[in-house]
Design a protein. Structure first.
Length: 304
């Protein structure tokens, strides 16, 4: 039954603006202040089929804590989650900072919590630019001087698109805010769709360098998807963590209940699955610098 429900959810997000019921349909509200059928959207920061299976234990946990029938939606791309929020197909979503900023342009959403990063011990994690370890590049400027090929992840990824673009520009590139596939002097810019695909693109030589989330690189190494030591990080920047956001119209009671569910998560196995030691509350103000950078680089519109 869960598998069938997940397949339906995937189809629903893919057609977020057209199908799977009326955008105005509203479930009954339970004693926790949340809809009895709570629809949760997730960005596919790795392959969507992998992402969906991974979050089933979280779906079970939220269903129990919030006394709701939780439906899990994994979009085919980052823009799909924004579209689903705007079309009221999703009530709560796990998004990157940039995706949150893009969603704010279309719908009133409230940031609730983010995970404590295992590697930094804070709300922030690392975005990095990577190259093959056997490459001649010792800095991001070296990649630019060689007019190399660069791989971003999804165009709406915070650590796979926005922050690598910031690092490239700081090293002397002139990534265009109008044409996102132009970052001279790089000879070619591509978008792989995810951090795992970016790592593979650099590892197999189809890109000279790429931007990705460093903790995902480390996870890929632990899982054997990328041989440990094959890629090296040339430069990294701290990024405010992925927020769990809620459509603001659900109200304060729902926000308090959902925030409480995440902050009270204690099961070690579930926390390990979520790659965190716990959750911390976040505010809109903490994402303001990120939003400003995104605006300057022409990335505030999703699905460009």
């Amino acid at each position: 039954m869960k598998k069938n429900r997940l397949v339906l959810a995937l189809a629903c997000v893919a057609m977020a603006a057209t199908a799977c019921g009326s955008a105005d349909a509203q479930s009954n509200i339970n004693s926790k202040g949340v809809p009895e059928k709570l629809r949760v959207g997730i960005i596919p920061n790795v392959a969507p089929d992998t992402q969906g299976a991974k979050y089933e234990p979280l779906r079970d946990y939220l269903a129990k804590e919030l006394d709701a029938d939780v439906e899990l939606f994994v979009a085919t791309d980052y823009a799909g989650v924004v579209a689903a929020l705007a079309a009221k197909k999703v009530d709560v979503a796990y998004v990157g900072g940039l995706t949150y900023a893009q969603a704010e342009e279309q719908v009133d959403v409230t940031p609730l919590v983010t995970e404590t990063d295992k590697e930094t011990g804070t709300k922030e994690y690392l975005s990095g630019i990577v190259v093959r370890s056997d490459s001649p590049y010792k800095s991001v400027k070296d990649v630019l001087d060689a007019k190399g090929k660069f791989a971003f992840g999804d165009v709406s990824s915070t650590s796979g698109s926005l922050y690598p673009r910031i690092m490239l520009n700081e090293a002397g590139a002139t990534c265009s805010p109008k044409s996102i596939d132009q970052c001279p002097p790089l000879s070619k810019v591509s978008f792989t769709g995810g951090h795992d695909a970016t790592a593979q693109a650099v590892a197999n030589g189809s890109a000279d360098a790429g931007g990705l989330e460093v903790r995902i690189l480390h996870r890929l190494e632990r899982d054997g998807a990328v041989p440990e030591g094959e890629l090296k990080v040339l430069e990294s920047k701290k990024v405010m963590g992925y927020p769990w956001v809620m459509r603001a119209e659900l109200g304060d009671k729902a926000a308090a209940s959902i925030t409480g569910a995440f902050k009270s998560m204690k099961d070690r196995e579930l926390l390990d699955l979520m790659q965190t030691t716990g959750y911390q509350q976040v505010t809109e103000a903490e994402y303001a610098p990120l939003k400003k950078q995104a605006e300057q680089l022409g990335l505030l519109t999703s699905g460009q």
